[in-house]
Design a protein around this ligand. Structure first.
Ligand code: 8OZ
Length: 376
């Protein structure tokens, strides 16, 4: 029998009812970093996904990089998330929290004491963030601030903060697990990828050194909540947030071999440019070889793929065994009942890009679902 998107999947300790996953989606509707009642409703509406991955959630104030993104480091934030996870669980769903440190993709106005954001090296970046006040009293996009390089003595604190956030997510906020954000040009990629890391200590230079922080974080998080409740998201060639590695294939093969023994629930791979084309000009990457490196090293986590999938491509990926599950982003914004729609072949609602980031219920909790009979 061929595997379909509607078959269950055991991913580590996580039992998924199907292989259709909601990708992490930044929505900027958490004032003071606290997810509110509307967030509980938004995630509850989408609980028929095999797994919901929360929007990226800052592990610390220093890890914040945008207006109104949620956190995991204050008791009101954790209370807000508990309302979300309770609502999802009452609807029969599963939800993990994406653990986020933005590194240099931030702005002094979002940092503790107005300090510079932190990174692997003090390299500016061509990227923008969204602020309530760009400095002229108006909301909008603003260039990120030049970072300072983290001192080696600060790195155990970063590792500890990821692990503490993971513990808070699972033990206090009621998440079923966590996903480490190791993608899209944020802190862990700033150490990993050569364009952002010019360090000359144990955390820069060789592949082993550049991968060190990501692997220390992953081991600490897996120790804190169990490898079977830990996933990681990676984006080997994305240009998101102005980042590039000069030679990604051996870098990710090394990561695959080091991640394999941690018995993670899943690896979540963004194929191509995040939210954009599945092929990136000038940046070829062999995803099958990456997966083979992981399996050959004994890795048993589920292989979750993402980026630009429609129902047909996703079905094919799962049927062929190339992937165990597929994450959908924008389609889940616009279709709370995406699983039912893919199952029945019903048309999908279109998304409205104007309501992706910030605002109220519009474009958040008001997308229509089909009647239970699928409209037949
Ligand atoms: C879109 C806007 C802001 C942040 C990512 C967390 O790319 C994000 C993000 C996406 O992973």
């Amino acid at each position: 029998m061929t595997t379909t998107l509607f078959d269950p999947l055991q991913a580590g300790a996580l039992r998924l009812a199907n292989r259709i996953v909601m990708a992490p989606l930044t929505r900027n509707r958490a004032p003071n970093a606290i997810p509110g009642a509307l967030a509980a409703e938004y995630y509850r509406q989408r609980a028929s996904a095999g797994l919901l991955i929360s929007e990226a959630t800052a592990i610390s104030h220093q890890g914040q990089g945008y207006a109104d993104v949620p956190g995991l480091y204050g008791s009101e934030q954790l209370d807000g998330w508990k309302r979300v996870t309770d609502a999802v669980h009452a609807a029969g769903g599963r939800i993990v929290c994406q653990l986020w440190h933005v590194g240099r993709i931030s702005h002094t106005s979002l940092q503790p004491g107005g300090a510079a954001p932190v990174s692997a090296s003090a390299l500016p970046v061509q990227a923008k963030t969204y602020l309530h006040d760009r400095g002229d009293g108006r909301a909008g996009f603003a260039p990120t601030s030049t970072p300072r390089a983290l001192a080696a003595q600060e790195l155990p604190g970063i590792v500890h903060t990821f692990a503490a956030a993971a513990r808070n997510a699972v033990h206090t906020a009621g998440f079923d697990g966590v996903e480490i954000h190791g993608a899209n040009g944020y802190l862990l990629e700033q150490f990993l990828k050569s364009s952002a890391n010019q360090r000359s200590d144990d955390y820069g230079g060789s592949v082993e050194n550049r991968a060190r922080l990501l692997l220390e974080v992953t081991r600490a998080v897996a120790d804190a909540v169990g490898g079977g409740r830990t996933g990681i998201r990676l984006s080997p060639v994305t240009p998101a947030n102005d980042i590039e590695d000069a030679d990604p294939q051996p870098l990710y093969a090394y990561l695959a071999r080091q991640l394999a023994p941690l018995d993670l629930a899943y690896l979540h791979i963004i194929e191509g440019a995040t939210g954009g084309p599945r092929e990136v000009e000038g940046r070829p990457f062999d995803y099958a070889a990456f997966q083979t490196a992981y399996r050959d090293a004994g890795g048993r986590g589920a292989w979750l793929v993402n980026n630009g999938y429609d129902g047909a491509l996703a079905s094919q990926a799962v049927a062929s065994g190339r992937a165990d599950a597929v994450a959908f982003g924008k389609a889940f914004i616009a279709n709370p009942d995406l699983v039912a729609r893919l199952r029945s072949g019903a048309p999908l609602n279109e998304w409205d890009t104007r309501t992706f980031y910030g605002g109220d219920a519009r474009g958040y909790t008001d997308y229509p679902v089909l009647p239970p009979d699928g409209g037949h």
